[in-house]
Design a protein around this ligand. Structure first.
Ligand code: ZN
Ligand code: FE
Ligand code: FE
Ligand code: ZN
Length: 264
């Protein structure tokens, strides 16, 4: 039952610690079958302060090479966690052609221009009575991200719960349309353990999403979203157990943007 971590960062994004090789060594020590390097994608111009710049790509590639040499034969996959922006599709297409990526994660952080929903700076916008509005904005962006067809894996599907805000009622009203779109696009998503380390107190996405996605045959991978080498593979035994409990018997693999699968 090989476990693979598809979601890790490094110092290039200015809010993660360590070089790629440190994450790769951590994966090796944890007994993972591979590690995916998926730092926050460059954006045109000076967009925000939590990602690598376009000029950092050569160093990113060099660090991945360094890691491959250090941990061979452990596979070190090269990827990006791409921010989905409604106006950003041409830029993502440009980035997609700049390397032989093993996969691209599509994530929604920005739910409106200048408003990254996971940024504690804007926590006050989750006023009582406004949570549903924030969630509506967030999930509308997720639906567009999936429909864009530009990504292999949907990142942390219900990130809007990061600080513990959830609207009332059955949240499957948000999950169902996204699961349908994932199935239609033949696209995977990740079970991301970082939510356990946040006020949300549970993985992304919630159990209800996993159940719907499994029933719809949507492929899944595991991601730690490590921002420090010590977080690589965090809570993966629990994550794999949760996938098995909802009925998953395999997980997806990726190489050069071709998806495969292996038994869980
Ligand atoms: Zn990050
Ligand atoms: Fe993210
Ligand atoms: Fe991430
Ligand atoms: Zn992330």
């Amino acid at each position: 039952m090989p476990l693979r971590d598809f979601h890790t960062h490094n110092f290039l994004c200015h809010h993660a610690a360590g070089r790629v090789v440190d994450y790769a060594r951590a994966a090796q020590a944890a007994g993972l079958a591979s590690i995916g390097i998926s730092d926050h994608n460059p954006m045109p111009g000076s967009f925000d302060d939590w990602r690598m710049g376009i000029g950092d790509l050569p160093e990113y590639f060099a660090m991945v090479e360094e890691a491959r040499e250090a941990v061979a034969p452990l596979p070190v996959l090269i990827a990006l966690e791409c921010d989905y922006l409604e106006s950003g599709e041409a830029w993502i297409a440009d980035l997609a052609g700049r390397a032989d990526w093993d996969y691209l994660i599509g994530s929604v952080h920005y739910i409106a221009p200048g408003w990254d929903v996971d940024n504690p700076k804007y926590l006050s916008r989750f006023e009582p009575g406004k949570v549903e509005e924030v969630w509506d904005l967030y999930w509308a962006a997720v639906r567009r991200a999936v429909s864009s067809g530009q990504f292999d894996i949907l990142g942390h599907a219900d990130l809007a719960k990061k600080f513990g805000h959830r609207p009332d009622g059955d949240l499957r009203r948000y999950y169902e349309p996204v699961v349908e779109l994932l199935a239609k696009q033949d696209m995977a998503y990740e079970l991301n353990t970082a939510g356990l380390r946040k006020p949300a107190g549970e993985m992304y996405p919630a159990l209800g999403f996993l159940e719907l996605a499994c029933a719809a045959g949507v492929p899944v991978v595991l991601g730690s979203d490590a921002h420090a080498p010590g977080e690589v593979g965090a809570d993966f035994a629990a994550a794999a157990e949760m996938l098995r409990r909802v009925g998953y018997r395999e997980t997806a693999t990726f190489s050069r943007r071709i998806r495969g699968s292996e038994p869980l």
